[in-house]
Design a protein around this ligand. Structure first.
Ligand SMILES: [Zn+2]
Length: 434
């Protein structure tokens, strides 16, 4: 094609794009922008296409703009859950997990996953970091594709693919299947640094954005009250996982509950620690020094504690008693706490926003909790300036609640307006006008 023809086509496409870019103005009663510590009142957000163009009190609204009136609401950035499992539908009991892996095809689980995605979006979560498909192979990559292509409704997904553990340490929950049967696994098992590297390469080749590893298991408590566990990897293995991840400019997330998982994971370059219920002073110090994020996944622990205790496993129950003080200590020490719930570990019928109330009850201000679900995880995802904030240039991912979440954080369990990428998915506020 001649260069001139090419230029004409490009210009025509650009012009068409500009003509199509719709302008929307949102009138906000109160605005929490995800960055500032104080809210502002009676401001306008001007959106062009899928991006925020202007935010302020004196924004001129063009006559052609669609006006959305949220003057009776508190408006904030679309929420981010940095630890989810869209392909899992709750696993309190052993059967809950095994039934999903043994009796449900990946196609069936993906269909259910598409519903989880829609649920998350309508609950106000416009971005999820999904950390492991639990036996659904790379169906998370497909869900992400289907969302990005507009086939199904869902949040922006950053996906972790299959997740990685060492051989033999991630069985189905019921451990007594006859050994002749090759039962499915919830993730990739590796032994040795070569298999570790191969697994990371496979994950990335199929479209994983994050490498999720399981750094420890079998948590227990010593008589002095401290928590320990069994490390899943040799130093050689976890270092190979971290090194290979970094080599491809990806980031590693580590399921690690006590120092036996947390410290080797951090040394291997993990960007975030998942759960960390048994985190101790040395871990806290190391995380602050290195700027490692912590997803405390409080609600899932509360959700499973009683059921698992009844089945004879009492550690989650113990953590419900110790986690408030641990959380408060890490918060005061300055650990970067990112909102991450592990939803999917509990049923999607439970709104993941329930996590907020625990964070506030245990020491965060409501504004800190909101930032933990907006600008803080945006930094973890290397998306600062693009998501988790309402500022010029950011994607128009915007939610609103009728009640002020700064006065009552549980207001975020009742989000009445959801916009993602400039498109409105939910609006329960009257007064929308053209
Ligand atoms: Zn999880």
């Amino acid at each position: 094609m001649k260069i001139l023809t090419r230029i004409v086509i490009i210009l025509a496409v650009l012009q068409f794009g500009m003509a199509q870019a719709q302008t929307t103005a949102i009138k906000c009663g109160k605005l929490i922008d995800g960055r500032s510590d104080t809210p502002t009142e009676n401001v306008v957000i001007l959106i062009e296409g899928n991006k925020i163009k202007e935010v302020g009190k004196n924004v001129k609204i063009p006559a052609s703009a669609t006006v959305i009136d949220l003057s009776a609401a508190t408006v904030l950035p679309g929420l981010i859950d940095a630890h989810t499992h869209v392909l899992l539908q709750g696993d309190i009991t052993s059967d809950d997990y095994d039934v999903q892996l043994l009796k449900q095809s990946i196609a069936y689980r993906a269909l259910r996953g598409s519903v989880s995605c829609r649920t998350a979006l309508l609950n106000g979560f416009t971005t999820l970091r999904d950390l492991g498909t639990e036996g659904s192979m790379y169906a998370d990559v497909d869900l992400k594709k289907a969302i990005n292509r507009g086939i199904i409704d869902g949040p922006r997904l950053f996906v972790g693919g299959r997740a990685i553990n060492s051989t033999g340490h991630y069985p189905l929950s019921n451990r007594d299947y006859a050994w002749e049967w090759k039962v499915p696994k919830g993730l990739i098992e590796i032994t040795g640094p070569i298999e570790a590297r191969r697994a990371v390469r496979e994950e990335i080749s199929y479209g994983a954005d994050w490498i999720k590893v399981y750094a420890d298991r079998s948590y227990y408590r010593l008589t002095d009250g401290s928590f320990r566990s069994l490390s899943n990897f040799t130093a050689e293995e976890i270092n190979a996982l971290g090194d290979e991840t970094a080599m491809h400019h990806k980031k590693m997330s580590a399921h690690a509950v006590t120092r036996d998982g947390i410290i080797p994971a951090i040394k291997a370059g993990a960007a975030s620690i998942e759960h960390g219920f048994g985190i101790d002073d040395e871990c806290i110090k190391l995380m602050v020094e290195k700027g490692i994020f912590w997803c405390p996944t409080i609600y899932v622990n509360e959700w499973v504690a009683d059921g698992r205790a009844a089945a004879g496993s009492t550690m989650n129950k113990t953590f419900t008693q110790t986690l408030p003080a641990t959380f408060n200590k890490a918060l005061k020490a300055g650990v970067k706490i990112a909102f991450g719930t592990d939803v999917g570990g509990f049923d999607w019928t439970e709104n993941e926003a329930k996590e907020f109330s625990y964070m506030v009850k245990w020491g965060m201000t409501p504004m800190q909790a909101i930032k933990a679900a907006t600008s803080v995880p945006a930094e973890l995802l290397e998306m600062s300036g693009k998501i988790g904030e309402i500022t010029p240039g950011a994607f128009a991912d915007i939610v609103a609640a009728k009640e002020d979440p700064l006065k009552n954080i549980s207001a975020l369990e009742h989000v009445g307006f959801v916009m993602k990428d400039g498109k409105v998915y939910k609006n329960q506020f009257v007064g929308s006008e053209r």
